[in-house]
Write a new protein. Structure first.
Length: 117
């Protein structure tokens, strides 16, 4: 059974940093794209960042230059380093993994990130 467990969320002041982690288990994820989405209260879920199995990355325009996604295939873990945080980054951050070329995808339960002004 696939399980994704996020950690690292919390409360931080504007301008601060947080590092999110998502540990995946249940299979080997080296062929999966791994990424992060976020959902703020009353808003739709939005894409944040993705790292493909080959290492290439994509970012939402709103986080480019501030967030960095990385992965450790040996640990089946994806990270999101978030710097220069803004109040508008406040949301539940959800881990997502997708088997490339298929509709097979899994979601974590999410971790809350709150940025105070």
């Amino acid at each position: 059974q696939v399980q994704l467990v996020e950690s690292g969320g919390g409360l931080v002041q504007a301008g601060g940093s947080l590092r999110l982690s998502c540990a995946a288990s249940g299979r080997t994820f080296s062929s999966y794209a791994m990424g992060w989405f976020r959902q703020a209260p009353g808003k739709e879920r939005e894409f944040v960042a993705r790292i493909w199995s080959g290492g290439s990355v994509n970012y939402a325009d709103s986080v480019k230059g501030r967030f960095t996604i990385s992965r450790d295939n040996a640990k089946n873990t994806v990270y999101l380093q978030m710097n220069s945080l803004k109040p508008e980054d406040t949301a539940v951050y959800l881990c997502n993994v997708v088997l490339v070329g298929t509709a097979i995808a899994y979601w974590g339960q999410g971790t809350q990130v709150t940025v105070s002004s």
